[in-house]
Design a protein around this ligand. Structure first.
Ligand code: NAP
Length: 255
C-alpha cells in the first residue's frame, strides 16, 4: 500500500491531507507531489484511487512522492492510531510537518426534524474532533517545520442551506477552530481556511448546482485545480494566517 519514501539530506516538505483519495483532496495531493512534497494521503475507503494517483505520479516522474494512510475519522480508536502513525512517521520526526489539510467531509442533506443526534455526531467527529485531535497530535511536528494548517470550509457561513444544518454548523465549528488556533499557535504555526464555492457537485445536487452557478458573478464553477492552487498558496505564504480564502467566483458576495 505504501510507496517507498524519498529519504535525502534536503528538507522534505511533508503534508498530510485527509480525504485525499478523490476529488478536491486528490487534486491537491497531485499538485503537491508534482512540486516535490511527500504527501500522506489519508483515505477512508478510496484506497485504490489513492494508490492509482501515486502510481501515476511515479510513472510521470513527479518530483515528490507519497503514501496512503487509512482511517475512518469518525472512529475514535482509528483516529488515535492515525495521529500516532503520523506523529511517529520517520519523515515527520526528521523533517517536521510542512502542511496539514483538514479536507475530509461528508455532504448530504437530511431534514433537521429527522436527523438523529448520532448522525449529527458523525459530522462533529469528522469536521471538528478529527481536525482538533490531528492538529494537536501534529503540533510538535508543525512547530518543528514552522508548518501550516488549512481547514476546508465553505460559503455557508451566516447563511441558510436547507436540510444541511448538520453540515453547515459543523463546518462553522471547523472555521472557528482554525481561526482561534491561528492566534494561539502563532508565531510558529500558521492556520487558514479555504472556502470553495460550487466546484464539484455531489451526486444528489446536480440541479441545485446548475442554479447556483447561474448566480455566480464569474459564471463558472471553478475547477478542483483552483482549490489545489489556493491550498498550495496558503501553505507557502509566510505571512498569511487567520484568513478564510474564498475560491467561489464571487458567489459569497451576491447571496
Ligand atoms: N466539492 C465542492 O464543490 C465543495 C464546495 C464547498 C466546500 N467543499 C469542501 O472541500 C472539501 C473537499 O470537497 P470534496 O467535494 O472533494 O469532498 P468529499 O468528496 O465530499 O469528501 C472528501 C473525502 O472525505 C472522506 N471521508 C468521508 N467520510 C469520512 C470518514 N468518516 N472518515 C474519513 N474520511 C472520510 C472520503 O474519503 P473516502 O473516499 O476515502 O471514503 C471522501 O473522499 C470538503 O471539506 C468540502 O466540505 C467542497
Amino acid at each position: 500500500m505504501t510507496q517507498p519514501a524519498v529519504y535525502c539530506a534536503m528538507t522534505v516538505n511533508v503534508v498530510l491531507i485527509t480525504g485525499a483519495g478523490q476529488r478536491l483532496g486528490a487534486a491537491t495531493a497531485r499538485r503537491l507531489i508534482n512540486q516535490g512534497c511527500h504527501v500522506l494521503l489519508h483515505v477512508r475507503s478510496s484506497i485504490a484511487e489513492a494508490e492509482g494517483l501515486l502510481a501515476q505520479a511515479k510513472a510521470e516522474g513527479a518530483a515528490g512522492s507519497g503514501e496512503v494512510l487509512v482511517a475512518d475519522l469518525t472512529d475514535d480508536d482509528a483516529l488515535e492510531r492515525l495521529v500516532t502513525e503520523v506523529a511517529n512517521h520517520p519523515l515527520v520526526t526528521d523533517h517536521g510537518l510542512y502542511g496539514l489539510v483538514h479536507n475530509a467531509s461528508f455532504y448530504s442533506p437530511s431534514n433537521f426534524a429527522e436527523t438523529s443526534l448520532d448522525a449529527f455526531r458523525q459530522l462533529t467527529r469528522l469536521h471538528m474532533d478529527a481536525p482538533y485531535l490531528l492538529t494537536q497530535g501534529c503540533l510538535q511536528a508543525l512547530k518543528q517545520r514552522n508548518g501550516s494548517v488549512v481547514g476546508m470550509v465553505d460559503t455557508s457561513w451566516g447563511r441558510v442551506w436547507d436540510g444541511l444544518a448538520h453540515y453547515t454548523s459543523t463546518k462553522a465549528g471547523l472555521r472557528q477552530l482554525m481561526l482561534n488556533l491561528a492566534g494561539e499557535l502563532a508565531p510558529e504555526v500558521r492556520v487558514n481556511c479555504v472556502a470553495p464555492g460550487a466546484i464539484m457537485a455531489a451526486d444528489w445536487e446536480a440541479e441545485h448546482f446548475a442554479s447556483v452557478v447561474e448566480k455566480v458573478p464569474l459564471q463558472r464553477s471553478g475547477q478542483a485545480s483552483d482549490i489545489a492552487a489556493a491550498i498550495d498558496h496558503l501553505l507557502q505564504h509566510p505571512t498569511i494566517t487567520g484568513h478564510v480564502l474564498h475560491v467561489d467566483g464571487g458567489w459569497s458576495i451576491v447571496e
